[in-house]
Each structure stands twice: as C-alpha cells, then as structure tokens.
Design a protein around this ligand. Structure first.
Ligand code: HEM
Length: 476
C-alpha cells in the first residue's frame, strides 16, 4: 500500500469521500448527453474528490491539484492507463482501440511504453516540427478552396478531413487528393462504427457479431494496414532521405542496443499518430470556430491581428511569435473544450494521498474539462476570454493575463496532459492549430447554425455529437 502525505495540513479521512446519490431515470438523459458537464457538476457539488460507483469497482474523480500531480506525474508508476479502455483487453480479442493502434504510444504500458517513448520523443522536437509549418498552412489554404460563400456545410466533418489531411501529409508525405489519403479517409467513418461501441457495456459482444459495420471496420483496417506497410517497405527500399514522420521514425535508434523499430512497431506508431493526430485537432478546430462564431468581437480582434501581421500572404512558423492573439484564441478554446477531456488511470496498488484512500484496481479520472472550470483559478470559467493568456494587455481587465500569472498550479491548465504520458504531439498540435486558424481566417469567417451543441460525443475525444453546421462567409 502506498501512502503519500502531500499536504499534512488538510488530511481528509477516507470515509469523507463523497458519493453522489442514486441517479434518477430522468437525470440519465441529461448525463448521457454531456458526461463532461456531469463530472463538472459532481466536482462543484461534492468537492475535489468524488467516488463514483461503477459496477465491480469504483471510479474516483480527482480534482485536487496535489493528488492530480501525484497520480499523473510523481507517482505515475503506481498507476497505468486504464487497461480495459486503452490497453490489452480482458480476453484474447483485445480492445478495438488496441486492434487499431496495436502497441503504439497511446495503448502501450509499463517498460515497453517507456522504451518507445524514449526512442520517439526526439522526433517531436520543436525544431523538427517547425519544418512542417509550410505544409500546415498550404494544406489549410488548399482546403479553404472547398468552402462556398453562404453555403451551409457540416463544419465538423470538414475539420475532420482537414486534420486528417494535415497528419497524413506530415506522416506519409501524401497530398490531400492522393489515393492513399482518400483510402485512409474512407476507412474510418467519422461517427458510429465499432470503435465507438467498445465502451458500451455490450460492446465486446457487438464486436464479435457478423454485422456489416464490423465487416466494414475490418476491411478499413486492412486497407490502412496495407497502405502503412507498403509505405514502410517503400522507405526501406528508397534512398532514406525523406523528412516525413514515418521516414524519421525508420531511423530512430536505441542508444543502448543500437536497435531500430521493427516493421510492426513502426506500423503501430504510425497508426497511433494518425489517429491521435486528427481525432483531437479536428475537435479543437471545430470548437474554436464555434466560439469565434458566437463571439464576433473576439473574432474581429483576431482578424485585425491576422490582417496586420500577414497582409495577403500565408502564415509561416516565423510569424507565430507575432500571432499572439490568434494563439490565445486557440489556447482558450482548448481550455473550454479540451478534446482529451478525461485522463483515465487504474491504481495498480492501494493508494492513499492527503488521507484519501483509493483501493487497488479503481479507475482514477483526472478531467481537464473539470479542472479548466475550477472557479478558484479560472474566474468566470464559462466565458470565452482569450485575454486570459495574454500578459500585460489591459490592467483594468481582471482576466487579462491571469492564466500566465506566477504562483498558479501548473496543472490548472492541461489540455495536453502532463508527466510521462503527456501528449507527444503538443508542439505539433499547437503549431498546426494556430497556423490552420490563421490560414482559414484570412479569407473566411463562419456563422454557426442553430443552438449551442448541448450533446457531445465524449467516448474518446470531446466532439459535438451529430456534427456542427456552419455557414462560411468570405471576408476579403
Ligand atoms: C489539440 C490537439 C491535441 C490534444 C488536445 C491532445 C491531447 C493529448 C493528451 C491530453 C494526451 C495524454 C493522455 C493521457 O495522459 O492519458 C495525449 C497523448 C498523446 N497524443 Fe495528443 N493531443 C493532441 C494532438 C496530438 C497530435 C497532433 C499528435 C501526433 C501527431 C498526438 C499524439 C499523441 C500521442 C502519441 C499520445 C500518447 C503519448 C504517450 O502516452 O506516451 N496528439 N494527447
């Protein structure tokens, strides 16, 4: 049993961990429409540690910063990624996420994960990723040619295609309209399908049935597998001077053993980057434009910055230090709608921190969505206010720069997680998001259609359920 005394001033005995009362049937509908909001309400009602009974074992929602820091950073070896959800399944079938991603960074655990992470980390060095800046902007520019002035579109679907296009280009060096990019796009349907079923209580059964959706999924997976193995082969035969992520991964060498990644390891990591790199970014761009569409003053301010810094040209990585407002817009959208809205861990042993007792095998949930709404650190938490991330902008505005102020808990803002499982693509994602935003907004603004989306898909990442329609308007 581990007993970490983090803050002896404020021990909270185990018995005091609140448990929400039984759910009424009529509450269930609201909860399933928006689980992140439900967790946020639990935190507001019951405090920084809540025990949520869940079948055989309990889940603990942790929002105390000391405990969060201990679970995901300091004592992270006493916790693992939730094995049932992301790791090897309870039987030989495995989880469908694992069947897609294999033993890539997202799904692997323990010493194997640590080794892979150590090998792959340098590939994501800021200087290397900066080399993709031109590709991010030119793909977004090419993509903006698909918008029609005044013609409503499923904007979420659109951002999904853009994000997938950006990651396929940087990973495999293929263009948006190439056959490979098209096959990858059609292999993974945006909504529905077995990947989504996995988390339902009867998901494992559904996955075994000879349903058309399962057959489609398996066909899709085989198609992408063939493409990825084909590309690995091509690069092994070729001159070896490519700078796409797959080519760079091919040359990764273990300094201790001199070993390289095997074809299977390369396939798993490529598939992982493909999935982790578009599922998240497509959501964050969609939410950013939704927020800009409903906050015209902020949108105008961002346009003024873009017009001044860029004039008529495409943005580059060198422009980023001057696109501070655009960067703040994206950071603030990631605060309100963090795509990875919950990080789930499983306690590998009994654990006590600050007097809180968490039994072995319990799931521990750390939710960026909940932490980003903590009123102590985020005044007016529901307000979209990019100035939070801008220092020295307006002394009269209490929100200006507060997210960057000294003395705040670092983990009050964690859209990319923290510790050994922190997003390896964080630099990539922020650069890609800001450059895409800057490129698309040079000529276009988007008007949301209908009410605020109150239903979210939150099984893997936070997305507006059923899409989000917008009307593009040409601005210049
Ligand atoms: C706005 C975009 C993104 C957000 C908000 C995001 C967020 C996250 C978060 C919170 C985690 C940690 C999960 C945990 O601790 O359980 C994570 C992990 C990961 N992300 Fe991202 N991500 C984004 C984009 C990307 C991109 C573009 C890539 C790759 C090109 C990527 C690759 C990964 C990988 C491989 C992991 C697993 C790392 C590990 O466990 O070692 N992500 N991401």
């Amino acid at each position: 049993m581990t007993d970490v005394q983090l803050n002896p001033e404020s021990p909270a005995p185990t018995e005091s961990i609140p448990v929400p009362g039984p759910l009424r049937l009529r509450d269930m509908r609201d909860i399933t429409r928006n689980i992140p909001r439900y967790l946020s309400a639990l935190r507001d009602q019951h405090g920084p540690l809540v025990r949520v009974p869940m079948g055989k074992s309990d889940a603990f929602l942790v929002s105390d910063f000391d405990v969060v820091q201990d679970v995901i950073i300091a004592s992270s070896r006493r916790f693992d990624k939730d094995a049932e959800k992301t790791g090897p399944g309870p039987d030989d079938w495995g989880s469908s996420l694992e069947r897609v991603l294999g033993k890539g960074l997202v799904t692997s655990v323990g010493t194997y994960h640590r080794r892979q992470r150590r090998l792959i980390q340098p590939v994501f060095h800021r200087r290397r990723i900066a080399g993709y800046g031109t590709a991010f902007a030119s793909i977004a520019d090419e993509f903006s040619g698909t918008f029609r002035d005044g013609v409503r579109l499923n904007f979420h679907e659109s951002m999904y295609e853009l994000a997938l296009g950006m990651v396929t280009r940087t990973l495999f060096d293929v263009s948006l309209e190439s056959e490979a990019a098209e096959s990858i796009r059609s292999a993974f349907p945006r909504e529905g399908g077995p990947l989504r079923w996995e988390l339902s209580p009867i998901g494992k059964v559904l996955l075994r049935l000879p349903l058309p959706a399962n057959r489609k999924f398996k066909r899709g997976l085989k198609t992408v597998d063939d493409i990825v193995y084909g590309m690995i082969d091509e690069r092994r035969q070729g001159p070896g001077d490519g700078d796409d992520l797959l080519s760079v991964l091919l040359h990764v060498t273990d300094a201790d053993t001199g070993e390289h990644l095997t074809d299977e390891e390369l396939r798993d990591e490529a598939m992982t980057l493909l999935m982790a790199g578009h599922e998240t970014s497509s959501g964050s761009l969609t939410w950013t434009y939704y927020l800009l569409g409903t906050n015209p003053e902020i949108r105008e301010k961002m346009h003024a910055e873009l017009d001044e810094v860029l004039g008529d040209r495409l943005p580059t990585v060198e422009d980023l230090p001057r696109l501070t407002y655009t960067d703040a817009v994206y950071s603030e959208a990631l605060r309100l709608f963090p795509p990875a809205w919950v990080l789930v861990r499983r306690a590998l042993e009994d654990y006590t921190a600050n007097g809180y007792h968490i039994p072995r095998n319990s799931a521990v949930m750390v939710s960026p969505f909940v932490l980003h709404r903590d009123k102590t650190w985020w005044p007016e938490p529901e307000r979209f206010a990019p100035q939070r991330f801008l220092e020295g902008t307006d002394d009269a505005d209490p929100l200006a720069g507060h997210a960057r102020a000294q003395g705040r808990p670092k983990l009050a803002y964690l859209p990319f997680g923290a510790g050994p499982r922190q997003c390896i693509g964080n630099v990539f994602a922020q650069m890609e998001g800001v450059l895409a935003l800057a490129t698309l907004s040079r000529h276009w603004e988007f008007e949301p259609v209908g009410d605020a989306p109150d239903r979210v898909a939150s099984d893997f990442t936070l997305q507006p359920r059923g899409g989000l329609d917008m009307i593009p308007h040409r601005r210049r």
